[in-house]
Design a protein around this ligand. Structure first.
Ligand code: 7TS
Length: 404
């Protein structure tokens, strides 16, 4: 059992008032809040060990390098990667996906196929469209049904020896639907395709096991899992990372440079050109430690309760429609109220201190599928409470009365 009040005390921002009301923060899908240990670790880095890494013999540089590599090791253990060099630091999910899609430009031929799903965030659509334009490959899309679930028979039918990579999210940020990625990975591998999993919305809710999943790539952001913005991880299987060309050229990613020829450094440095977000990378490790202390089993159990409570309470509202009605769902509720624009509801409840996201959530194809401009999205974290959900439901009812 989680002691929610104790957990809430770890997050200084949660005790703020917004528009004169206590903050109810339900925009965790956009970014999570940060516990004091994470904030302290960022300050401590700059106060005590700030130096550039992987260069220089001096003590601070060594301390910073060690802390950065310790953090890489924490991530490796957290996601159960086989080797630490399969864990690349990135600036976020978007960076990780672009690193892979750019690498595939040297692999794809005209007529090859890339499979994405209808549930993707734009950052897992646009890079693949750009890749297809560059290479003459064809983008194929797994459709969804009215519940927001991928239609797996259609996915099966899309696969062929032309499929070179399949890329889907683990959990949809817009609807909260958890995708059957193990099935997808197995089927894609059966036709020889690689698989990238966009784990951005999954990592705040669960602990992925990349070896058990057997995915080829797994990308995520630090800022959605209590870590700093501008941090992220791309996991790639060693054989794939060796096969892909570097994404960026520059310092730290080379073995030897002459004007005739440059040779590249070994993994992971081949993909880590330039001075990275050193503090961020180190503090991401602190965030992961914090989450593991809370415990993902506890988080999942509690967030399930929050989801159930929110779904039940919101369903009391007349004219409400919830999108994404599946058994396997994370604590994200996307909804609309008949005849009312989501933005209007979001603006009114903001005045009551409640932060939700409204709009297309960077997933326009989902909104097009449901023929709506967007939704109101309440995305819950383990530091939220049922009482806050009740406050939101009251606020939404108030907005409905005002806008009808
Ligand atoms: N993929 C998914 C599933 C996401 O949820 C996000 C961010 C991204 C990719 C991109 O991550 P970034 O850190 O590189 O920007 N999702 C959201 C959201 O739902 N609201 O704001 C950001």
């Amino acid at each position: 059992m989680l002691d929610i009040q104790k957990i809430r005390a770890d997050f200084p921002i949660l005790s703020q008032t917004v528009n004169g009301k206590p903050l109810v923060y339900f925009d965790n899908g956009a970014t999570s809040q940060k516990p004091q240990v994470v904030i302290d670790a960022e300050v401590k880095y700059y106060q005590e060990i700030n130096a550039n890494i992987h260069r220089g013999v001096h003590t601070l540089s060594q301390l910073a390098t060690d802390a950065y590599e310790v953090s890489r090791g924490k991530v490796k253990d957290h996601i159960n990667a086989k080797f630490a060099h399969e864990v690349l630091f990135t600036s976020g999910t978007t960076h990780g996906i672009n690193l892979v899609s750019n690498g595939f430009a040297s692999i794809l031929k005209p007529g090859d196929e890339v499979v994405v799903s209808s549930l993707e965030h734009h950052s897992n659509i646009v890079p693949w469209q750009m890749l297809c334009e560059r290479t003459g490959a064809v983008l194929r899309v797994i459709p969804i049904d009215q519940n927001g679930e991928l239609i797996l028979s259609e996915f099966d039918a899309l696969l062929s020896e032309k499929t070179k990579i399949v890329t889907v999210n683990h959990i949809s940020n817009a609807l909260g639907v958890i995708n059957p990625i193990k099935y997808i990975i197995e089927k894609a591998h059966a036709v020889g395709a690689a698989v990238l999993i966009d784990g951005a919305q999954a990592v705040p809710h669960l602990k992925p096991d990349v070896q058990d999943l057997d995915c080829d790539f797994y990308a995520f952001s630090g800022h959605k899992m209590c870590g700093p913005t501008g941090t992220g991880i791309l996991y790639g299987k060693e054989e794939w990372l060796n096969k892909l060309p570097p994404y960026q050229g520059g310092g730290e990613m080379i073995k030897e440079v002459t004007f005739e020829k440059t040779t590249y450094a070994d993994l992971p440095h081949k993909f880590e050109a330039g001075t990275p977000n050193i503090a961020g990378g180190i503090v991401l490790g602190t965030a992961i430690d914090y989450l593991n202390e809370v415990g993902f089993e506890n988080i999942q159990k509690y967030e399930e309760e929050l989801l159930e409570h929110a779904t039940k309470r919101l369903s009391e509202i007349e004219g409400i429609r919830i999108y994404g009605n599946t058994k396997n769902k994370a604590s994200v509720v996307s909804f609309n109220i008949d005849g009312i624009h989501p933005y209007d509801v979001g603006s009114i409840i903001d005045k009551l201190g409640i932060a939700v996201r409204t709009g297309h959530h960077c997933a326009q194809p989902i909104m097009n599928f449901f023929c709506i401009p967007g939704t109101i999205r309440a995305s819950f974290s383990f530091y939220n409470t049922k009482q806050e959900i009740d406050q939101m439901v009251d606020a939404v009812k108030k907005a409905q009365t005002m806008l009808s």
